[in-house]
Design a protein around this ligand. Structure first.
Ligand SMILES: C[S@@+](CC[C@H](N)C(=O)[O-])C[C@H]1O[C@@H](n2cnc3c(N)ncnc32)[C@H](O)[C@@H]1O
Length: 217
């Protein structure tokens, strides 16, 4: 358990929470990009919040915006437990959101579409048809200049970017043949069909990347 991740609610025993080591490792490098990319943003929807560890780290460090977590229902108890341990006024309880069935919600804070959608380590978990659905939903919902920010591993030039990513991809596909590391070129082409243009690409630790797409019209 990372005790420095946010302001802890000491009435709650945070040491028992389900924990992702990857989130602990990547939260600060991701935050540093978000602080730059989201300085003019207002309302963020996170898709696939997982444990909620990212949200409790980012929200108190991005106090000018609201951070709405979401995931399939099975993750809500864990996310709520992290939020109880590390509350923040701009951090919103998880919304039930399943890419397979739901449309993109409006911001609870503004009753307007979110101006940012953030998702970490989801594109290699969901099927390609759900990746397509994600871009369709986000492309339709984002206002002009709104941002879609995606963190995770990607292949480039038709190949893995590291042996570690290759091994990870093999293990993903053994578990679920529909999952797997996506090709950056496919993602950019898909984004373009939904008026989402790659505006920045950041190399991140452990052979991950952070992609920033902006809605152009
Ligand atoms: C590898 S976890 C990543 C969690 C977290 N974002 C992180 O970086 O640690 C993938 C997440 O995608 C979510 N997910 C899988 N299928 C989904 C779907 N159909 N709709 C929404 N989220 C989904 C899972 O529930 C899980 O939280």
């Amino acid at each position: 358990m990372n005790k420095d991740s946010a302001t802890s609610n000491h009435l709650f025993d945070a040491s028992t929470l389900p924990f992702s080591q990857a989130c602990k490792n990547n939260k600060q490098p991701i935050l540093e990009v978000l602080q730059k990319e989201l300085k003019d943003s207002l309302h963020v929807l996170e898709i696939g919040s997982g444990t909620g560890q990212h949200s409790v780290y980012f929200a108190p460090r991005l106090t000018h915006l609201t951070w709405q977590t979401s995931d399939v229902l099975a993750h809500h108890a864990i996310i709520n437990a992290w939020h109880t341990a590390y509350p923040a006024p701009n951090l919103y309880a998880p919304m039930a959101f399943d890419l397979a069935v739901d449309s993109l919600p409006m911001s609870l804070a503004s009753n307007q579409p979110y101006d940012v959608v953030f998702t970490a380590n989801t594109l290699h978990i969901i099927s390609w048809s759900l990746v397509q659905k994600l871009f369709e939903l986000v492309g339709n919902a984002l206002p002009i200049n709104g941002k879609l920010i995606i963190y995770g591993p990607f292949n480039e030039n038709g190949d893995y970017t590291s042996v570690g990513n290759q091994q990870f991809d093999i293990s993903l596909q053994q578990r679920d043949p529909k999952s797997g590391i996506r090709h950056l070129e496919d993602i950019i082409a898909l984004a373009n069909t939904h008026m989402l243009k790659l505006s920045d690409k950041y190399a991140m630790p452990a052979n991950n990347q952070l992609l920033v797409f902006q809605k152009i019209r």
